[in-house]
Structure formats: C-alpha cells, structure tokens
Design a protein around this ligand. Structure first.
Ligand SMILES: Nc1ncnc2c1ncn2[C@@H]1O[C@H](COP(=O)(O)OP(=O)(O)OP(=O)(O)O)[C@@H](O)[C@H]1O
Length: 256
C-alpha cells in the first residue's frame, strides 16, 4: 500500500560523480502529487545527471529514490512502472504515425486491444493531439512532436511525470502551450518534475527547486523564493554568485 504522503517522488542524499567531477552532491527533495515541481538550474547544474539516476540509466552510488512509494533500488520494476518520462532528446519514430508511436509504447507496458486504444485516445486528448493521431510524426512541427512524446509518457497512467528540458528548441508559443498542458496535468493530480533553465516556465504557485553545481540552493514555493517579484533576477543572482550552500533562512520545505 502507498500512503498519500509518499505517492510522489522522494529523493534523499543523492550524490553522483564522474571521476573527480562531483555532478550531484547530497541532493534531497520531494515532488508531490498535484503539484508542478520545477527543477531550475543553469547548464551543468546536474539536471540530466539527476534524471539519469531517477530513470536508472545510472545506478545511485549513495542516497535513495522512491517513486509512487516504491524504492527504485529495491523494487525497480514497480518504481519504473509509476514513471512517465520525456527526455531532452526526442525519441519518436518519425515514420510512424502519432498513434503508432503510442501503440508501440503501450504494448511495451503490456497494454493491447481496446484498453490500449482507450488509453492512447485519452492521452492524446489530454495534450490536445487527438486530431493528429493519424499523421506521421515527420509531418508535425516541433511543438506537436513534443506533445506526442508527453502523450506517450502518459499512456501507462504513471503517477509521476519526469520531463528533462522538454521545450528546448521550441518557439515561444509552442513552449507556452506545452508548459500550460503540463501544469494542467499536475492540477489533475499527477506528480510532475520539470527540469528547465528557463525561469518563465515557472509559475508563482509552483514548487521550485534551484539546482546549481550539483547542490540545491533553494527549495520551496516559487513565490517565496522569488525576490522583488523577479525570478529571473533571483536565479541569476544565485547562480552568478556561485552560491553553493546557505539554504538556512529561506523557504525550504522540510524533509523527513
Ligand atoms: N559523462 C560525463 N563525464 C564527465 N563529466 C560529466 C559527464 N556528464 C556530465 N558531466 C558534468 O557533470 C556536471 C553536470 O552535468 P549535467 O549534464 O547533469 O548538467 P545539466 O544541468 O543537465 O546541464 P545541461 O542543461 O547543460 O544539460 C557538469 O559539470 C558536466 O560537465
């Protein structure tokens, strides 16, 4: 059984080094159901390393990760089944239709027949992609391709959606549409962890984690972290100054 308090994503004491390079240093945070959690960090902050650990591409040397109440090390199959993932690099098959891309993924998750069709339709509708189900991915613009990947990530009804900078390379309108869709998914109860280096993708009501040089500088409500109503300025000040500690004194949600 999973209690509501641990049904999202829980990370404790996570570290990772590439040789002598410490990419993540004792990272702990929670991402909760029904909330859009933005993981904001400049290039090299450690976002992709964190995602590689969350998705088990790398195994964690130290620390623990729990997804939907399942420990990623002890119960990897259950933990991974709770996750939907959109990686930074697109992974769609361009010569298949939107629906075929989702159907293939549904089959990998053991869904077939009517159940698969229903889940595919529902996932596409949630991303306003239902009308494009029969189009080849190659014919879609960048924004619609990313929406297809998001729909695909939802096809097995995950509890936790991980997105690693999914708006990179998109124009402003496509970015805004995707950010808005994913906020709506969070509002429906999904746990969302959204990595980005763009402050305009973070809303004042979002949960915000600022990562820099492998360490968490801030963790709390975006509106509480933002100084003078200017998140972009706050982010620049924090990361330009090279602050790597000093969480005390500002909003930080407690960890068990
Ligand atoms: N394979 C590797 N070998 C050595 N160092 C690495 C390797 N991969 C990443 N790093 C270093 O680890 C740190 C974290 O990198 P990571 O890619 O996780 O950051 P990021 O926040 O995802 O950055 P970006 O936004 O540029 O993708 C950086 O200093 C990077 O140079």
């Amino acid at each position: 059984m999973t209690s509501p308090s641990n049904s999202g994503l829980r990370v404790r004491g996570l570290s990772h080094a590439y040789g002598a390079k410490q990419a993540l240093d004792d990272v702990s945070f929670d991402a909760e159901p029904g909330r859009f959690t933005a993981l904001l960090g400049p290039n090299g902050a450690g976002k992709s390393t964190l995602f590689a650990l969350l998705t088990r591409l790398f195994s964690a040397g130290t620390g623990s990760i729990s997804v939907g109440g399942h420990d990623l090390n002890r119960a990897p199959r259950q933990a991974l089944a709770c996750m939907g993932i959109v990686f930074q690099q697109p992974t769609l098959d361009l010569d298949l239709t939107v629906r075929q891309n989702l159907a293939y993924f549904a089959a990998l998750h053991g869904l077939s027949g009517r159940a698969a069709r229903l889940r595919i339709d529902e996932s596409l509708e949630r991303l306003a992609m239902g009308e494009r189900a029969s189009e080849k991915v190659r014919a879609l613009n960048g924004g619609h391709r990313r929406r297809t990947e998001l729909a695909r990530a939802l096809v097995h009804s995950p509890r936790v959606l991980l997105c690693d900078e999914p708006t990179v390379g998109l124009d402003a309108a496509s970015r805004a549409a995707i950010v808005s869709h994913v906020h709506a998914l969070a509002a429906e109860g999904l746990t969302v962890l959204w990595a980005t280096h763009l402050t305009d993708e973070v809303g004042p009501d979002d949960h915000l984690i600022i990562l820099h040089r492998g360490r968490i500088l801030r963790d709390g409500a975006a509106r509480d972290i933002t100084e003078d109503g200017d998140l972009s300025g706050t982010f620049l000040r924090l990361t330009d100054s090279g602050e790597t500690s000093g969480i005390a004194g500002i909003s930080r949600e407690g960890h068990a």
